[in-house]
Design a protein around this ligand. Sequence first.
Ligand SMILES: Nc1ncnc2c1ncn2[C@@H]1O[C@H](COP(=O)(O)OP(=O)(O)OP(=O)(O)O)[C@@H](O)[C@H]1O
Ligand SMILES: [Mg+2]
Length: 327
Amino acid sequence: MSEWAIRTDGLTKHYGRVRALEEIHLRVPAGRIYGFVGPNGSGKTTAIASVLGLIRPTRGSIEVLGVCQGSRDFPAALAQVGALVQAPAFYPYLSGRDNLRVLGSTRSMVSDRDIDEALSMVGLTERANDRYQFYSLGMRQRLAIALALIGHPRLVILDEPTNGLDPFGIQEVRQLIRGLGAQGLTVFLSSHLLYEVEQVCDEVGVIVQGRLVAQGPVEELLRTRGIRIRVSPGERHNGHPEGVDGHNGALARAAARLIEQLPWRPRVQVQGESVWVDAPPDKGAELTRVLASQGLWISELVPVRSTLEQYFMELATGRQAEGGVRS
Ligand SMILES: Nc1ncnc2c1ncn2[C@@H]1O[C@H](COP(=O)(O)OP(=O)(O)OP(=O)(O)O)[C@@H](O)[C@H]1O
Ligand SMILES: [Mg+2]
C-alpha cells in the first residue's frame, strides 16, 4: 500500500486568467484524516475535482491510492474512492434507504448489505425507512456521506461536509468523520472553518488563493510556532525596589525588561500585571530562574498553544516570519 492516499505534484489549474490552483503538492498520508482548509474561492473544490478526474488540470501530476491519473489502472483506483463533492439530489418522497439504492446503483452494483452497512456507519439505521423529506439537515448530510461510503472505499473525499449545518448537525458529522478515521479509512475533507479542521483532522493543508501555503500534521504546525508563556509576578517581594509600593504593574514591567535582555531575545509584552512572552516550552525553567534571581517571583506560568486559526491568519496575511507577541 502506498504511503500517500493522494499525492499531487505541481498541480495547476487556470480558468483563462483565473489562477485557481498554482503548483499544488498535496501529500495526504494513508490512514489519516486530512483537512484541506482555505477561504471561499481559494481552490479547494477545483483541487478535489482534479483529483477525482472531474476536471482536467492545466498541468501537474496526480496519484490516487498509489496509481497515476492517466494510467490504465486509474479507474480501478478511483473505484476505491468514495466522494461527496456536490450535495446529491435525493428524492424527498423516498426513504433514506431507497435513496441510497437508487443513487448508489448509478455508480456500481450495490447490494442491500452494502446499503445497510453504509447506513449503520452514519448512524441512520433506525431512521432508514423514514422519508427523506422528514430528515433533519444533519441526517440529510449523513445520508450524503453514506452514499460516499457505499462499497467500503479506502479513501473518502468530502467537500465541505459541514457546510450549512447548525451546531448539532456539525457535531453529528464531526463524530461520524472521527469514527471513519478510527476505522482506518483515509478521509480527505475540505472546510473553510479552521477550528473544525483542528478538532477533527490529524493533518492539514492550508490553501490560500490557489497556493498551498502550509501542510503537515496539525500538532507539528502548531508546535513549530512555539508557545507563549504568561508570567505574572503577582507576589510583592520585599527588597525589590519596584515592589515597595505594591505596584504589580511595575513588577511586570521589571520582569519584562529582564526577559527582553535574555540572549535569545524573546518578544515580550506587558498586559496589566502580566507579562506575555513568546517562548518555546523548554524556556519555562530559565525564565523562572532569571526572574527569581532578581527577586521577582512567578505566580503563574501558563503555556499557551496557538490555535490553527491564529496560524492561518498569520499565513494569510504573511506575518508568520515576523513572530512577536499578539493577543
Ligand atoms: N468553471 C470555472 N470557470 C471559471 N472559474 C472558475 C471555475 N470554477 C472555479 N473557478 C474559480 O476558481 C477559483 C477557485 O474556486 P473553487 O470553487 O475551487 O474554490 P473553493 O475553495 O472551493 O471555494 P468555496 O469555499 O467557495 O467552495 C475561484 O476564483 C473560482 O471563481
Ligand atoms: Mg468549494
